[in-house]
Design a protein around this ligand. Structure first.
Ligand SMILES: [Zn+2]
Length: 174
């Protein structure tokens, strides 16, 4: 069996380690004894002390600044990523936005599973707007609180319906 040079070298070192165990151990011991102080200093440098609260705060701000710059440098990329996420999870995003609005108004919150909710809403009215009665294209869908949050409506399943985005705005304005 032919070995390459590298393999030969590896085999040689492996054999050496196996046959010179005690010598290698003794050598290590000598080395550590000789450079005891230097090794101690190096260990101390390696294990850094816990930063003071002020220092920790400074580092946190530094990280934040770094993240901000990273975002600003690739703003379009991150915006597009967020947009893609929202498109992919638009029903979730809609439910989340509605929930946040409810939270702001200190309304009652029920975290609703958006997929079943969506199925129920479609099962109820089909993909038809409860405001104008027309068919809703998927990208026109919006969740609407039947009794508005601003008037004490709740963010619960029974108080949600599907409307056109535009109809939702018109309803809110009326
Ligand atoms: Zn409509």
């Amino acid at each position: 069996m032919a070995y390459s040079n590298l393999e030969k070298k590896r085999l040689y070192h492996k054999l050496y380690r196996q046959t010179h165990k005690d010598e290698r151990r003794a050598e290590g011991k000598r080395y550590r004894a000789k450079y005891r102080e230097a090794l101690a200093i190096r260990a101390k440098l390696y294990i850094q002390p816990k930063p003071s609260p002020a220092e920790a705060q400074r580092r946190k701000l530094q990280r934040k600044e770094y993240d901000r710059k990273k975002y600003l440098n690739r703003r379009e990329y991150y915006k597009e990523k967020a947009r893609q996420y929202c498109l992919k999870n638009s029903f979730y995003a809609m439910e989340r936005d509605a929930r946040r609005r409810a939270l702001k108004l200190e309304g009652q919150i029920e975290k609703i599973n958006y997929r079943p909710l969506f199925a129920v809403l479609i099962g109820g009215s089909g993909l038809f707007c409860n405001w104008c009665g027309e068919f809703i294209e998927p990208r026109q869908i919006s969740f609407d609180h039947i009794k508005p949050l601003s008037k004490g409506g709740l963010h619960i399943r029974e108080n949600l319906q599907l409307l056109h985005l535009m109809c939702n705005k018109l309803k809110a304005a009326s």
